[in-house]
Ligand binder design. Sequence first.
Ligand code: DAT
Ligand code: MG
Length: 140
Amino acid sequence: MANTLGIVKPDGVRRKLVGKIITKIENSGLILRGMKVVRLSKEDAKEFYAIHEGKPFFNSLVEFMTSGPIVVMVIGGHGSIERWRELMGATDPAKAKYNTIRREYATSVEKNIVHGSDSETTARAEVSFFFNEDEILPKG
Ligand code: DAT
Ligand code: MG
């Protein structure tokens, strides 16, 4: 039962959507095990998105992700990685299913409101990027 990392990106915080997103998480039965508000430096953002380095949108993504505070969350519960991705919807909001966060709120592929880890390996790495062990509510 792995934890996953969720982020409300700067557009979500600016537009005061944090509460609505947390409500969706709570209503889905997923469990909030950790949460904080942080502001990424350019170095942080480049490291976090290192896998996308060299892509045409990389610099813009780093600018956007450092443009304001973000809310980072450790999300747990059975199947949390897949279920949080399902709740977020597809990367491109135009392709996301109805009732997903991105379909409802995102304004573009880049300004897509939320982040979610995409595998157990990335979830582990991304959670520990932001959280120490003692900042995460234990399971059970
Ligand atoms: P996801 O966030 O759904 O895991 P991803 O890992 O492919 O998507 O990309 C990470 C982020 O990079 C994504 O949330 C927004 C940005 N991005 C991806 N593809 C993009 C594109 N074609 N144009 C602009 N930004 C893009
Ligand atoms: Mg991704």
